[in-house]
Ligand binder design. Sequence first.
Ligand SMILES: Nc1nc2c(c(=O)[nH]1)N[C@H]1C(S)=C(S)[C@@H](COP(=O)(O)O)O[C@H]1N2
Ligand SMILES: [Mo]
Length: 261
Amino acid sequence: MSEFQSRLTRRTLLRCFGQGAGLLLLSGCDKMFDRLSTNRTVRSVLASAEQANRRVQRMVAPQHKLAQEFSEKDISSYFRPNGLPPPATVEYRAEAARKWQGWRLQISGLIEKPSAFSLSDLKTMPARTQITRHDCVEGWSAIAKWKGVPLKQIIDRVQPKQQARFIVFHCMDTDSSGDFYYESIDLHDAAHPQTILAYEMNDRDLPIQHGAPLRLRVENQLGYKHAKYIRGLEFTASLAQLGGGKGGYCEDQGYEWYAGI
Ligand SMILES: Nc1nc2c(c(=O)[nH]1)N[C@H]1C(S)=C(S)[C@@H](COP(=O)(O)O)O[C@H]1N2
Ligand SMILES: [Mo]
């Protein structure tokens, strides 16, 4: 890796997870993964430890375990916007100015009914509101109220094929090298009652810095799983063919795919 590339990677990581405390953590991680990526045995041990973590969670909670919900008085007065900057394209800004009238949530992949939903389509579906705590891997948390469509309803409408195992969230924001943010969860977590596609935060339209027009809330996992600036959902059987092959932007840089809390 050239010095320029390694600086670029480090800057990307910092953007992904913020600054300050993250710097120490991530520079350690960065180095560790440089070494680990050349060591296949260690990598497969790590991967199986991650699977074990998911298996243990599923054993302890074979049904859906609900994340704690809070009351209005617990809502944080400040909720830190984090990650990559909002999409900088002309199209994104123009759509924001038109209140997303031309934006569509495109749903593709291993489904019987490929679909596209407008924001008002989503808003006419039965909604769920929840006050939950967001935990970022970097070590900060904040509580907010989220309103959106349970992902389960979308799943029921588009009818996944037998082979579908994951939902990939394609986002509109990119890092400095032009790579798009993306994330994925399995169909089990996607059907969790608190997993919602949120279009409101604290009784207002989702603000741009928090992922307008639509973001994921997957309350049993860490912050980086909560994809913002969503443009499409893709149902897949595997994650290998996307991005760096690890199922998400942060995962491609060494973070766990299953970020259970
Ligand atoms: N599209 C996109 N989604 C993203 C990120 C990002 O950079 N781009 N950052 C993730 C991280 S690390 C966190 S902690 C949360 C931050 O959400 P917030 O900006 O509402 O605090 O979004 C997650 N989802
Ligand atoms: Mo995060």
